[in-house]
Design a protein around this ligand. Structure first.
Ligand code: CA
Length: 224
């Protein structure tokens, strides 16, 4: 899952970026309004959620949300703001925000709200499973045959993405777009390295790998 943060306060931006990366999200940061809108537009469809500060140099968060909705994008938007009057909240929601966090906020609460938005978007529960594998997106645990398997944040993100798209081929390009951030150098062989590491952990001698390689294209977890 890839998130764009548009936030001009460097401390908050870094805190959010690091916190979300630890939770396996790929994170891009824009420090200014016009740049933020540009990034959201250029990478349209690649971001699974936008976290936007209200007060920004260049272009306000409200204006960014308005433009993005005008473009027809339905990407979930959560506002971060010091404003907290009822009118401001209503205004933010009318301008296309899905939710609203008042600063200062607890990271855990923000994370919970992000997960709600992503669940709503995907229309699913907090658990993903396939055969004898189960991922708990809230506790960040993965179980194979009811035994916990320890994954790195990137391995977790990769497995989550492929599993969310069960039955569909995940092309290398789509995997990069959703699991890695904007600074990734597009050397797609890195994906193979991660897939191999992941297989070693989740395929417990069952012979057949959970993740099937579609040669030259990408990877799939088949429905059956
Ligand atoms: Ca600000």
């Amino acid at each position: 899952m890839r998130i764009l943060i548009i936030e001009d306060e460097p401390g908050i931006a870094l805190f959010l970026k690091e916190g979300l990366q630890e939770e396996s999200f790929a994170v891009d940061v824009a420090r200014e309004g016009i740049e933020g809108l540009e990034m959201a537009r250029v990478n349209e469809g690649e971001y699974d959620l936008l976290l936007i500060d209200w007060m920004l140099p260049g272009l306000s968060g409200i204006e960014i949300a308005r433009q993005i909705r005008k473009d027809g994008s339905q990407v979930p938007i959560i506002f971060l703001t010091a404003k907290d009057t009822v009118q401001d909240t209503v205004f933010a929601l009318e301008m296309g925000a899905n939710d609203y966090m008042k600063k200062p906020f607890a990271f855990d609460e923000l994370l919970a709200r992000i997960r709600v938005q992503l669940r709503t978007k995907a229309g699913e529960t907090s658990q993903l499973s396939h055969r004898d594998l189960m991922m708990d997106l809230n506790t960040h645990q993965v179980f194979v045959q009811e035994e916990e398997v320890m994954l790195t944040p990137k391995e977790f993100a990769l497995l989550e993405f492929i599993l969310r798209n069960k039955g569909k081929v995940c092309t290398r390009t789509r995997i990069i777009e959703h699991v890695w951030d904007i600074h990734f150098d597009y050397n797609t062989s890195v994906i193979d390295v991660y897939i191999n590491a992941l297989r070693k952990k989740i395929d417990k001698g069952s012979g057949e790998s959970l993740i099937t390689t579609i040669r030259g294209v990408g990877y799939i977890i088949k429905e059956k």
